[in-house]
Ligand binder design. Sequence first.
Ligand code: COA
Length: 177
Amino acid sequence: MSSSLDPNHKGRVSLTPIVSEEVGEVAEMASVIWPAAYGSILQPEQIDYMLGRMYGREQLHNDLVKGVCMWWICLDGERVGFLAVGPIDVRGECPLHKFYLLPAVQGKGCGSQAFARLVEILSDEGTRRIELRVNRHNGAAIGFYRKNGFSIDGEDCLDIGDGFVMDDFLMGRDLPS
Ligand SMILES: CC(C)(COP(=O)(O)OP(=O)(O)OC[C@H]1O[C@@H](n2cnc3c(N)ncnc32)[C@H](O)[C@@H]1OP(=O)(O)O)[C@@H](O)C(=O)NCCC(=O)NCCS
């Protein structure tokens, strides 16, 4: 039987809510994914700085308390990534904050399956539009979002402190009402 981490494996993707006790495991997975995803785009110092800022236990707990929803992305029941969205605002706009898969499962449809499930969940919750920021040099993710119905609406270079910036495209996609 092939494992979900086998590069040729195609399986069933599901989303499972991430609970407060699991935020340390989210940080651990991010520390595997981020250097692979951003190693050619960002300096190692910036990767460490952003991981520390965005994936500290307290920060992730606060995100959950503020109404951010997080899910494990599971392939045949095995955790292979995670997603974070929300909260949905009064206009029905929902920010997508985090969308990450382990390197071994990238590029074989898992992200698109997870995104389709996310759209179902968010539509049921009354979301009319999903918005996100993506590093302007992250061509693979930009290609992925385009393929999944997003377009580039703008750009923003955000000062995040310690001499670092997030130089991003702003992308959005309307959901059918
Ligand atoms: C972005 C990510 C979630 C996409 O999930 P995925 O399972 O790899 O993507 P899929 O296999 O579903 O790809 C669907 C489409 O996206 C596009 N795409 C995916 N990888 C791509 C790449 N490396 N270059 C260009 N386009 C790409 C293609 O159009 C692809 O369709 P195709 O297979 O018919 O050509 C995943 O690759 C990932 O975690 N990447 C690293 C972290 C990251 O950058 N996250 C986004 C932060 S904003």
